[in-house]
Design a protein around this ligand. Structure first.
Ligand code: ADP
Ligand code: MG
Length: 380
């Protein structure tokens, strides 16, 4: 029995709270790239380019040609839980949310653990504006003056007030967001990243996923200063297979089977599955497993495990080395809970076991037939 007084309970200072929260949303540079890329897609961009220095730790810049950000909204851009997307909790519950973002946490989080600057121009704007952010707030250009920008209920600040915060610049329609010195104020996190190259590979992985899933959007990713992109799709492509061809080459794209399970309108399993998967004798350098659920890049350990097991067995006989699998699942919005994980990487969905079984058995049928026939089928 302790006879000492209990330690007092006190709320943490706001900056500490925000920094802790930011550390959950942004575990590593690729999480930030994913959030910024999703914002660009939410803004209906048709071109998105990503540039990174030192695996995104020193710098990451995402430039798009989307709808842009109104100058008077810059004040809320990095404010936590400020968003243009979600308005009511019911929208989230009803699965009505058709944007990646919904909780206004990404840019706020980034601004608490990095230096953020944003240049943006709307279709109606006469020029672009640039602002810089720190710890959730828009910084005045001259640190000496800090006029009140007002809260959400206040009228939009006038041009004279905005002048103290925003620099007019030239620029085309769209948004460029630059994030520098990620985790500069979280030394333990910063030091954990000893291999910037490995972080860049993760960034390339997430950008590739979106480039495959959004063949209509021209997406590039490069190291800062490099003249050649490491990944580039031209946009306006008709199918993920064409995007795969642009990224991984014609040989890879040609040797993929289609999976297309329409939604069964009579049964209770309301899932539709589309995707592409490699033959069991494929010998890619690295395995690829891209999963999208309702257009979000997510992880499903159970589906991945089942697919890996399927290939492991078949590849033994077929002499394959690694597989390429891209799956896109569409479920009723109300069956998916996207808000279970801070990085939105995992989602919960109803009937997961049965859906995994359906997908894997469909793929197994195709791969086993092919294995038995011992021929290389080429899907057009
Ligand atoms: P969320 O995406 O959840 O709304 P974010 O912190 O990612 O939260 O972004 C906050 C808001 O900033 C968005 O709701 C959007 O209005 C605006 N925004 C962010 N990035 C862009 C962009 N690239 N183009 C246009 N608007 C953007
Ligand atoms: Mg967002």
């Amino acid at each position: 029995m302790s006879d000492s007084a209990p330690p007092p309970i006190r709320p943490l200072p706001e900056t500490v709270v925000n920094r802790i929260a930011a550390g959950e949303v942004l575990a590593r540079p690729s999480n930030a790239v994913k959030e910024l890329l999703e914002n660009s897609l939410d803004a209906r961009s048709t071109t998105v380019s990503v540039a990174c220095a030192q695996g995104g730790l020193k710098m990451m810049q995402i430039t798009d040609n989307g709808c842009g950000i109104a100058p008077e909204d810059f004040r809320f851009l990095c404010r936590r839980f400020a968003t243009s997307k979600l308005k009511t909790y019911d929208q989230l519950q009803g699965g009505e949310v058709d944007t990646f973002g919904f909780r206004g946490e990404a840019l706020a989080s980034v601004s608490h653990v990095a230096h953020v600057s944003v240049t943006s121009r709307t279709a109606a704007g006469a020029c672009a504006f640039r602002g810089t952010f720190r710890d959730g707030a828009l910084l005045p250009i001259d640190a000496g003056i800090a006029p009140d920008l007002g809260g959400p209920e206040d009228p939009a600040p006038g041009e004279d007030v905005l002048q103290a915060y925003l620099t007019p610049t030239s620029g085309t329609q769209g948004t460029a967001i630059t994030v520098e010195d990620l985790f500069y104020n979280v030394p333990a996190r910063r030091q954990a990243f000893t291999n910037p190259r490995a972080e860049y590979v993760r960034i390339l992985d997430i950008v590739s996923r979106y480039a495959v899933h959004y063949p209509g959007v021209a997406i590039t990713c490069r190291q800062h200063g490099a003249s050649r992109a490491d990944l580039s799709t031209p946009g306006r492509l008709a199918s993920p297979r064409q995007a795969i061809q642009a990224i991984y080459g014609a040989e890879v794209a040609r040797n993929l089977h289609d999976i297309d399970i329409p939604r069964d309108t009579t049964g209770d399993l309301k899932v539709a599955v589309r995707g592409l998967f490699s033959a069991a004798e494929s010998r890619f350098r690295n395995p690829v497993f891209f999963l999208f659920i309702n257009n979000r890049a997510v992880s499903s350990p159970s589906l991945k495990r089942a697919v890996d097991t399927l290939y492991a067995n078949l590849m033994l006989t077929a002499g394959g080395k690694s597989s390429f699998v891209y799956l896109s699942l569409t479920l009723p919005g109300a069956h998916v809970d996207v808000n279970v994980h801070p990085t939105k990487r995992f989602v919960n969905f109803l009937e997961e076991d049965r859906i995994v079984e359906l997908i894997v058995s469909t793929m197994a049928d195709r791969l086993q037939t092919e294995n038995t026939a011992r021929r290389f089928e080429v899907t057009p």
